[in-house]
Design a binder for this molecule. Sequence first.
Ligand SMILES: [Ca+2]
Ligand SMILES: [Ca+2]
Ligand SMILES: [Ca+2]
Length: 220
Amino acid sequence: MATHKERMALKQKEDAEKARREKERREFKEAQELESLKRVFKRLDKNADGKIDLDDLMHEFGDLAKARGGAGEGRMPYTRKEASMVLWEVDDDNDNAVDWHEFSTTFHRTRDDKTGCEPRKLFHVIEFLMHDKNGNGVIDVDECLSIMHARYGKETVDAKMQDMFKEDDDTKNIYFSKFMEVQSIVAKEAMRQTPSSVPSVRSLSFAKDPSKVLEFSGPL
Ligand SMILES: [Ca+2]
Ligand SMILES: [Ca+2]
Ligand SMILES: [Ca+2]
């Protein structure tokens, strides 16, 4: 029979092995995420000059609108003026474009943000595109759910999303405008439940209601 000391040594070994595996998994996930983020940057940088400018972004929104039912009968998810706000929020060096540094910084900052102070418009676009791996402008319900779960918790999300998807038969596919709608509804629900702990509500509403964009002060 193993002595106490031997059992302790075995346990330590097992714990170390477990920690090593977890670290590996985490690193693998981070590497995958970085790949995915690079893919999205490339997708957005239509003229491949290493920056995302307003033309690039409008081009992508045009593509998203063309996805079947994309933004509602081909309507653009954002106007040019709104799209300029998406860039302006994260354009730290004011060159009217978002380079890789600004892009990856905003992604990581916003993802880890608990205060709700980080700008989120570009983040929502990035998140959607990261999940649209085959680039057809559509993600599926499960992907949409997993994004929302990660941000708002399972219970809040499922309560609201079941309502949404019961009414709607064509819910296998989530288009960008639908994604923003879901996002906005879930954020409001989370806000209602726990007003102080919810990030991101501030900047969500304007995707549905373009007049809200006037509330943002930007160089327009
Ligand atoms: Ca570009
Ligand atoms: Ca810039
Ligand atoms: Ca897709």
